[in-house]
Write a protein that binds this ligand. Structure first.
Ligand code: PLP
Length: 312
């Protein structure tokens, strides 16, 4: 595979079976989005946000881009903006992991911090204020921009269907809602019987790029009509599955992958025997090492120690 620049190398990620973790009589596959150039599913979204804005004439050469992001979208936008020549400012919670700050700084991104106590909603609030105060800034706003879901509708879902036409259910974490909305719509257009499930953190539980809709903000991008169900996962379960995935299947993923996997295993019980479930793994585990999530020791103690850390 040969590409003209890094933005062309986005997508076409592997879909990998989990023969040991799948319940008997079911097949679970993981779509490994950590294989994208900057290491997350957000490469797809960043490319679509920027290219749609260019096409619409909302973004002109050299214009500064501003986005609230707790990490992955910022890193993805950093790469896409770099090759396309746009300076970038990211607004993120002040407790975002050190790896992410260093990465963004290396890419030349300007960082603005929102209070840790406000989580990702605080970044959204502050970014909106900054964008309203300076009309020269362009804010793609992944939470409200249809290009976010479109990236998944036009790329992620067709890749799944090409690799596994017999898919019966899809599971992804709920962050902006772009993944479940875009993939879910396309899969249901292909076959209305395909079930779509969202993994959602417990109320008040801060889980790695995921959000609980009952906490107040429902992203505009999310189309709840494509969801068959939202299924709650606590951070301990997400962490247990993330670690088991490495121990049993040899896959090193971020903690929101464990949340989706926990839901994938759970929904098998609701589906007829022989069903094939695709779960989406948004990223690898590298950016979370400093949180201690993969450290040796008792998983309950680790989950307690790191609870409240916003990892997204
Ligand atoms: C690590 C991680 N997991 C899950 C998600 C959720 O994906 P989406 O924003 O498409 O709902 C995100 C995105 O915010 C993320 O960064």
């Amino acid at each position: 595979m040969r590409f003209d620049d890094v933005s062309q190398a986005i997508g076409n990620t592997p879909l990998v079976g989990l023969p040991r973790l799948s319940p008997d009589g079911y097949r679970i596959y993981l779509k490994l989005e950590g294989h994208n150039p900057t290491g997350s599913v957000k490469d797809r979204v960043a490319k679509y946000l920027i290219e749609q804005a260019e096409r619409a004439g909302e973004l002109v050469p050299g214009q500064r881009v501003l986005e609230p992001t707790s990490g992955n979208t910022g890193i993805a936008l950093a790469a896409v903006c770099k090759v396309k020549g746009y300076p970038l400012t990211c607004v993120m919670p002040e407790n975002t992991s050190e790896e992410r700050r260093q990465l963004l700084t290396m890419f030349g991104v300007e960082l603005v911090f929102s209070p840790a106590s406000e989580g990702s909603n605080g970044s959204v609030r502050l970014a909106r204020e900054l964008a309203a105060a300076d009309p020269a800034l362009f804010m793609p706003f992944q939470y409200g921009n249809p290009a976010n879901a479109l990236a998944h509708y036009e790329t992620t879902a067709p890749e799944i269907l090409a690799d596994l036409p017999e898919v019966t259910a899809f599971v992804a974490g709920l962050g902006t809602g772009g993944t479940v909305t875009g993939v879910g719509r396309r899969l249901k257009r292909h076959d209305p019987d395909i079930k779509v499930f969202a993994a959602e953190p417990e109320y008040g539980d801060l889980v790695y790029g995921l959000r609980n809709l009952d906490e107040g903000y429902v992203p505009e991008v999310l189309d709840q009509s494509v969801l068959d169900s939202r299924i709650k996962v606590d951070s301990l379960k997400a962490l247990q599955y993330t670690r088991e995935l490495a121990e049993v299947e040899g896959i090193f993923a971020g903690v929101s992958t464990g949340a989706s996997l926990a839901v994938a295993v759970r929904v098998c019980k609701r589906l007829p025997a022989g069903s094939t479930v695709v779960a989406l793994s948004p990223d690898g585990g590298w950016k979370y090492l400093s949180t201690g999530a993969y450290a040796p020791g008792d998983v309950r103690e680790i989950a307690t120690r790191i609870s409240g850390t916003l990892w997204a």
